[in-house]
Design a protein around this ligand. Structure first.
Ligand code: NAP
Ligand code: MG
Length: 492
């Protein structure tokens, strides 16, 4: 047994009390869906977890009506302090049921338990605590005097951080006084359904949050429903673009959090040990299923060889396997479709002439897996330098001067995040100033905090989530609101 081999330490699933079938969560109750139900599986074993209801257009309509009624009759009548109490209660219940939520998330999504337990679920609680604190202070959010809620928010989220993306959407919406209809991703509905149980436990008034499981057409029916006032979407740029088109001219407020192809820039004066850990965290955290992943390593030419060698050594020590094992660093790829896409783009990278290196690790027989992979000597025009792979694949490019690093970093249709590694604060600030990215990390990567706004430039979307800025997406100032009402009155 080498020092790298650990005895298995699987987290028990005994804490889960799952139902065999889950309905839609509408008006405070689980109800059957009218679409064809589907299964959610564990991507690590391909085993069935539960049967999930599918919302058709009629179900979407029922849910939006429930949210409207809850907005008109209850939620908009509550004081901010009372809304805050519900949010605090939800945050505490998330903490109380944290272990259960972490196990459910790792089972359904494939991410390592150490990540769901130590990152995802604590951040979910932190997001609810943070926005609970804002609920009675909206007048001081810098959005004008007496900002008002928009009404009903339609929210559609992806599979990479299922419960965390739910928290990013629901916490600010409720704090600002809106009601919600949310659709989780088809492959990861489980934690949202456990969250619905938490809402029942918290005795949140009926209809304030409705959760509709289903596929893309459920999402489409939801964002196109005429009675929603706000659409918040996180997912791919292609779907985001289609939503922007469908929402144009309707008066619905829209925020889009889309893809990314972040540059992680390592200068020769960087603390190399920390940089190696940061590069690994930047692209191999959550199997690289991270919109802000540092998927393009830009390394200064004179340290290129050293960095790549040490990176390979480090990747050779990562443990890939059972997401529920506490020793696991790299879990399963979320779905067969995603695995196919990662394989396809990696093959293209090789065909385009980049040097492929893959960590030597045993791949489990069942489930969806992709070993950590590096592409060296990638050219800026290569597809693996331009397109989001959304998997554990790093493209390495080099530069000689800060100006070249900046030009290469900005040479992308995206602009969500970036990282800078250097010993010199002045250099970090000067480079950060020139980067067209919404979030820039210095000597760290993939750090999240509810008080910090997050969002992109260009094809990475618009609007900000998190912080005071995240409230703006769910509020209108009194003057703007009145002018909209007046415009509508004139139009009628
Ligand atoms: P996706 O296909 O765009 O799906 C996102 C969500 O939209 C899912 O719930 C999906 O349902 C639903 N959907 C699909 N088609 C729709 C339509 N026509 N109208 C309305 N909703 C629709 O993206 P994905 O493959 O799940 O997620 C990966 C992408 O999300 C990556 O590009 C990543 O960068 C991006 N992402 C961005 C952020 C961010 O904060 N910027 C965070 C996470 C992920 P189904 O599940 O049934 O397909
Ligand atoms: Mg699943």
């Amino acid at each position: 047994m080498s020092f790298l081999e650990y005895a298995p330490a699987p987290e028990s699933t005994a804490i889960l009390n799952l139902k065999s079938d889950y309905g839609l969560f509408i008006d405070g109750e689980f109800v059957p869906g009218h679409g064809k139900s589907f299964a959610t599986i564990s991507p690590a074993t391909e085993k069935h977890i539960a049967t999930i209801a599918n919302a058709n257009a009629a179900d979407v309509d029922t849910a939006v009506r429930a949210a409207r009624k809850a907005y008109d009759s209850t939620w908009s009548k509550l004081s901010g302090a009372d809304r805050g109490k519900y949010l605090f209660r939800i945050a505490r219940l998330v903490q109380e049921r944290g272990r259960e939520l972490a196990v459910a998330e790792s089972l359904d999504n494939g991410k390592p338990i150490k990540e769901s337990r130590d990152v995802d679920i604590p951040l979910v609680a932190a997001w609810f605590f943070y926005y609970a604190g804002w609920a009675d202070k909206l007048d001081y959010a810098g959005l004008g005097a007496a900002p008002r809620a928009l009404g009903v928010a339609a929210q559609v989220i992806p599979w990479n951080f299922p419960l965390l993306m739910l928290a990013w959407k629901i916490a600010p919406a409720l704090a600002a006084g809106n009601t919600v209809v949310l659709k989780p991703a088809e492959t990861t509905p489980l934690s949202a359904l456990l969250f619905a149980e938490i809402l029942q436990q918290a005795e949140l008034p009926k209809g304030v949050v409705n959760i509709l499981t289903g596929a893309g057409d459920t999402g489409q029916a939801l964002v196109q429903h005429p009675d929603v006032n706000k659409v918040a979407f996180t997912g791919s740029t292609a779907v985001g673009r289609a939503i922007a088109k469908s929402v144009a001219g309707t008066g619905k407020k829209l925020t889009l959090e889309l893809g990314g192809k972040a540059a992680n820039i390592v200068f020769d004066d960087a603390p190399i040990d920390q940089a190696i850990e940061g590069i690994v965290n930047g692209i191999f955290f959550n199997q690289g299923h991270v919109c802000c992943a540092g998927s393009r390593l830009l390394v200064q030419e004179n340290v290129h060889e050293e960095v790549v060698d040490r990176l390979k050594q480090r990747l050779s020590t990562l443990r890939l396997g059972d997401p529920l094992d506490k020793n696991t660093d790299i879990g399963a790829i979320n779905s067969r479709e995603q695995l196919d896409r990662i394989r396809e783009l990696s093959d293209i990278g090789e065909a385009e002439g980049a040097e492929r290196w893959t960590a030597d690790c045993a791949i489990p027989e069942n489930g969806f897996w992709f070993a950590p992979t590096i592409f060296d000597n990638v050219s800026t025009s290569s597809r693996i330098a331009r397109e989001e792979i959304f998997g554990p694949v790093l493209s390495v490019l080099t530069f000689r001067t800060p100006a070249e690093a900046i030009a290469k970093a900005n040479n992308t249709p995206y602009g969500l995040s970036a990282g800078i590694w250097s010993d010199k604060g002045s250099k970090i600030l000067a480079v950060a100033d020139e980067l067209r990215a919404g979030v820039i990390w210095a000597n760290t990567f993939n750090r999240f905090d509810p008080a910090s706004p997050f969002g992109g430039y260009k094809e990475s979307g618009y609007g900000r989530e998190g912080g005071r800025h995240g409230l703006a997406a769910y509020l209108t100032t009194a003057s703007l609101h009145d002018s909209v009402v007046e415009t509508k009155a004139v139009a009628q």
